[in-house]
Structure formats: C-alpha cells, structure tokens
Design a protein around this ligand. Sequence first.
Ligand code: HEC
Ligand code: HEC
Ligand code: HEC
Ligand code: HEC
Ligand code: HEC
Ligand code: HEC
Ligand code: HEC
Length: 376
Amino acid sequence: MEISLMNQGMYFIQRMLSPRVLVALSIVVMVFMGYARADAFSKGSHLDRSKLPLGCSSCHKGHGESGTMMLQAKKGDLCFGCHGPVKGKRKGQVGPDIYSELSKQSRHPVIETSHYHVNGEELPERSSAVPRHVACFDCHNVHRSTKENKVSGVRGYTGKGHKTRASDQSKEYEVCYLCHSDSANAPPESSDISEEFNIRNPSFHPLETVGKNKNVPSLLRDYNTSSRITCSDCHGSDTSFGPQGPHGSNYPPILKYRYEMRFEAESPLTYELCYSCHDRTSILNDESFKSHKSHVVYSDSPCSACHDSHGSALYTHLIHFDDQYVFPNANGELAYITMMPGRPKCLLSCHVKGISFDHTVDSGSYCINGNCLPAW
Ligand code: HEC
Ligand code: HEC
Ligand code: HEC
Ligand code: HEC
Ligand code: HEC
Ligand code: HEC
Ligand code: HEC
C-alpha cells in the first residue's frame, strides 16, 4: 500500500525532473524514509542487502556523472560487472554469468542490439523501419525481479493487440510475445508464436493453460496431463547447471537440449529435448501412435516431420507436417484423420532420401505405396 503510493508519487516526480536529479532525490527520500532497506522496498534480489551489500549504490552513484540515471556504468555494461565471467572488484559483485550465454552460437542478440532499447518504447513494434532489438531490460526489471519470478515487474502482451501491465505475477510467455508475435519488424522466416500456443487450437503444449489430451502415456514422473510448462523449459542454456533463462545455447534456436529436424539415426541424444519430458521407451514401444518406432527408428524420421513443438492450428496431437518432406498424395490429398486411438490415417506423400511413400485410402483400407494394411 505504502509502496504503491510511493510509486505513484515517483511517476509524478519522474515527469517533472531529469533522470539524474530524480535518482538522487529518490535515493535520498527513500533512505530518509527507510525504504532503501531491503525488506521494506521489495523482496527483489537486487534490493536484498544480504546479496548486494552496497544496496542502491551497487548500481547508482551518489552524485552523477557517467551513464544515464546516474548508473555506476553504462547501462549495457552495468549488469556484466556481476553477471559476466569476470566479476568486478566492488563488494558484492557476484551473480550468474549471463555474458557467456549471450556469446554462444544461438542467442538473444543483447550484446549486439541492446543499444536500440529506449525507455518507454512501444512493443510489439508497429513499424518495420525500427531496428529489432532485445535488452536485459525488455525481460527483467532489476528493481522487482525475484528468485521466484525473474520477469516480475515487466509488462507483457497476449497477442492480437492486448497489452498487460507489469505486475508481481508477470507471465513469462506474455513477455516473449512482446517480440515473438505480431511485431512489424520480425524477420520474415519467424512465426507468430502466440498463434501457435493459442488455446483455441486443436492442440498445443500446455503453456497458457493445461493441454487438451488426457492420455499422454509417455510423460515422465515430474509431469502429468494437468502440468503447465514454460518457454524456458525448452529454450535455455545447454550448459548443465548453467544459468536459467533463454539467453543462449549451442543448440539452435536457443534450446536446452539437442533436437534434430532432419532424417537421422535415432538415439537418446537425437531428440534429447523431447525425451527430457517424454519417456523414450514409451514412445518407441508405440504406447500411443502404433507406428512411432517404424518411423522414428526404422525410417530415421525426426519428430518434427509430424509434430510442431509449440502447437497446431490444424490438428490434434501437435500434428503439423513438415512441408520440406510431406506433400499431397497421388490423389492430391493432404490430411490427418483420427478414428481409432493410435491408428490415425494420414493422407499424404512423404519423401525420404529420394523415395516417396504414398499414403492413401483405397476402397476403405489404408495403403502405403499400394500395400494395404487391413488391421489399421
Ligand atoms: C542491480 C542494479 C540496480 C540496483 C541495485 C538499483 N537500481 Fe535503480 N535502476 C537501475 C537501472 C538499470 C535503471 C534504469 C532502468 C531502465 O532504464 O529501465 C534504474 C532506474 C532507477 C530509477 C529511475 C526510474 C525507474 O524506475 O526507471 C530510480 C528512481 C531508481 N533506479 C532508484 C533506485 C533505488 C532507490 C534503489 C535502491 C533501493 C535502486 N534504484 C537500486 C539499476 C539498479
Ligand atoms: C552488484 C552486483 C549485481 C549487478 C550490478 C546486477 N546484478 Fe543481477 N543479481 C545479482 C545477484 C547477487 C543476484 C542473485 C543471485 C542469486 O540469488 O543466486 C542477481 C540476480 C539477478 C536475476 C535473477 C532474478 C532475481 O532477482 O533473483 C536477474 C534477472 C538479474 N540479476 C538481472 C540483472 C540485470 C538485468 C542487471 C543489470 C541492470 C543486473 N542484474 C545487475 C547481482 C547483480
Ligand atoms: C524485446 C524483444 C524480445 C523479447 C521480449 C524476446 N525476444 Fe526472443 N528474440 C528477439 C530477437 C531480436 C531475436 C533474434 C532473432 C529475431 O530477430 O527474431 C530473438 C531470438 C529468439 C530465439 C531464437 C530464434 C531463432 O530463430 O534463432 C528464441 C528461441 C527466442 N528469441 C525466444 C524467446 C523467449 C522464450 C522469450 C521470452 C522469455 C523471448 N524470446 C523474448 C527479441 C526478443
Ligand atoms: C516443448 C518445447 C518448447 C516450448 C515450450 C517452446 N518452444 Fe519454441 N521452439 C522449440 C523447438 C524445438 C523449436 C525449433 C523447431 C521449430 O522451429 O519448430 C522452437 C522454435 C522457436 C523459435 C524460432 C522459430 C520460429 O518459429 O520463429 C522461437 C522464436 C521460439 N521457439 C519461441 C518460443 C516462445 C516465445 C515460447 C513460449 C511462448 C516457446 N518457444 C516455447 C521448442 C519449444
Ligand atoms: C529474452 C528475454 C531475456 C533477456 C533479453 C535476458 N533475460 Fe535473463 N532471464 C530470462 C528469463 C525468462 C529467465 C528466467 C528463466 C526461468 O525462470 O527458468 C532469466 C533468468 C536470468 C537470471 C537468473 C539465472 C539463474 O540461474 O538464477 C539472471 C541472473 C539473468 N536472467 C540476467 C540477465 C541479464 C544480465 C541480461 C542482459 C545481459 C538478461 N538476463 C537478458 C529472460 C531474459
Ligand atoms: C510419422 C509421424 C510421427 C513422428 C515421426 C512422430 N510422431 Fe509422435 N505422434 C504421431 C501421431 C499420429 C500421434 C497421435 C497418435 C494417437 O494418439 O492417435 C503421436 C503422438 C505423440 C505423443 C502423445 C502421446 C504419448 O505418446 O505420450 C507424443 C508425446 C509424441 N507423439 C512424441 C513424439 C516424439 C518425441 C517423436 C520423435 C522422437 C515423435 N513423436 C515422432 C506421429 C508421429
Ligand atoms: C518441459 C516438458 C516437455 C517437453 C520438453 C516436451 N513436452 Fe510434449 N508434453 C508435455 C506435457 C506436460 C504434455 C501434456 C499435455 C496434455 O495433457 O495435452 C505434452 C504433450 C505432448 C503431446 C501430446 C499433445 C496432444 O494434444 O495430444 C505431444 C505430441 C508432444 N508433447 C510432443 C513433444 C515433442 C515432439 C517434444 C520435443 C520437441 C516435446 N513434446 C517436448 C511436456 C513436454
């Protein structure tokens, strides 16, 4: 209550004064009022004196010179004094190394583009002429982030024009949609991720809400059909015990584990990402789809030939055929028809290593290149 009143007051002052004067003033005011003490202001790690013994002055200077907001270093370098591989020499300069993550092969281009970030900018961007960027501050509010919610205090976007306010319950996926939904300056090959997880789709991984399928026999111990997962359960560091969060990885696109999308011999590592939540034995024993093993093991099919890892606007079970390999069949049909659990009929032609496998229904029975499977 007191805190929100104070925030309102701060916003008012903020409009009246330059940032430099403002920071100096608010530090003085807060110290005077006792707010600068960790517990009273917030439970955020950066305001916790047991973690940052220098308090506000870990990042802010008493009397201003360099940088903006009277920060100790230029905004881009400030974080790396504690979140880089080499720690600064001031008291309390410790923290997970994010710089090394952001230097990996697949990464958020923070080091390259964060200088385009502007305080109070509009996201998603509505002009394709604005340079695309991403900065620590797009995903983190250093005054409010906590160990429990690392995006706490960051605004969000639900897709299709609906913005959400920053709160202590800020949702990770809403922060991601700020740049990975309908941004005007997104690269042409990227997709609207909020559409892929849209809860009106026939299927989706359980992110915004629980999943639609109540029979997912492959789920490993920690998960069940009431579980919800996050973007950073899949997108994160490939270093075991590395820092959490989708900063960078050697597995593109910023994946925690390996995930091949081409025809390749199956092994526990080839689809390690999926096998981190779905039991490999269950999948390869055909507990759900009665032809997982023959496709994945005998034909070297990647999961992605049939499944989308986010969701499918077309079919159930995350079915979304990869159009690099899957085409209409000889009758011009391309469809996924479910009748019996585990034995769907797929009308399509799959091109594998120069050979076509034509899947058709001929006088009621399901046939591959003319060989019919009466039991299917
Ligand atoms: C971990 C570093 C860090 C610590 C610790 C920190 N700040 Fe900040 N502060 C920043 C950064 C970075 C900005 C600029 C934020 C931006 O541009 O989004 C900022 C901005 C501000 C502003 C400008 C208005 C705003 O919110 O953007 C005020 C006021 C402020 N800080 C006060 C404080 C006070 C008071 C404390 C101690 C209770 C404190 N800060 C502790 C990093 C820090
Ligand atoms: C003076 C050192 C210091 C500086 C400067 C600093 N951090 Fe931190 N940061 C820490 C420490 C310590 C933790 C807590 C680590 C822990 O509890 O494991 C932390 C934790 C975090 C977390 C995890 C969420 C949380 O609050 O626990 C985020 C996100 C974060 N920092 C972002 C930033 C960003 C962005 C900047 C630059 C504006 C920054 N930090 C600057 C020391 C620092
Ligand atoms: C402020 C904008 C911004 C926000 C917020 C943001 N990203 Fe990104 N993201 C980018 C940019 C810029 C790239 C580089 C490629 C591009 O332009 O799309 C990128 C790349 C990625 C990639 C790699 C894509 C590829 O094809 O290599 C993944 C995965 C990703 N982001 C996931 C996330 C997740 C998860 C979140 C939320 C936690 C998130 N992003 C939030 C701007 C953002
Ligand atoms: C179950 C694991 C999983 C989850 C959860 C997940 N992703 Fe992905 N994501 C992947 C995989 C695997 C790929 C690469 C395969 C592909 O492109 O289909 C990918 C690709 C991407 C890409 C690059 C390709 C593109 O379409 O632009 C972006 C950006 C991305 N994800 C963002 C997100 C965001 C944002 C979230 C949360 C809202 C999220 N992902 C949740 C596994 C996941
Ligand atoms: C695209 C969004 C995004 C950007 C940009 C980003 N982070 Fe993060 N970061 C996250 C998310 C999401 C998490 C939390 C993941 C989770 O909860 O599993 C996180 C976690 C962290 C953590 C906690 C790690 C741990 O293991 O406790 C730190 C520290 C951190 N970020 C610092 C930074 C710094 C510093 C920058 C800029 C140099 C930065 N982040 C840029 C999204 C981002
Ligand atoms: C040839 C297409 C195809 C390929 C390749 C494929 N799947 Fe499937 N998968 C299906 C179909 C069809 C279903 C739905 C079967 C049903 O329930 O009727 C399914 C269902 C599933 C399910 C949900 C039920 C369960 O078993 O828990 C999971 C999880 C799954 N697949 C994971 C994978 C993984 C992981 C891979 C790669 C190792 C993969 N699939 C490769 C077609 C495929
Ligand atoms: C972080 C854990 C996690 C990861 C990683 C993960 N899944 Fe899942 N997956 C789940 C959960 C939880 C469900 C159950 C959702 C439900 O009840 O519909 C699920 C359900 C599914 C389903 C069934 C959806 C339906 O509606 O029938 C398929 C298919 C699937 N996953 C495929 C994959 C593939 C392919 C990968 C690798 C790219 C993968 N999963 C990675 C957690 C995960």
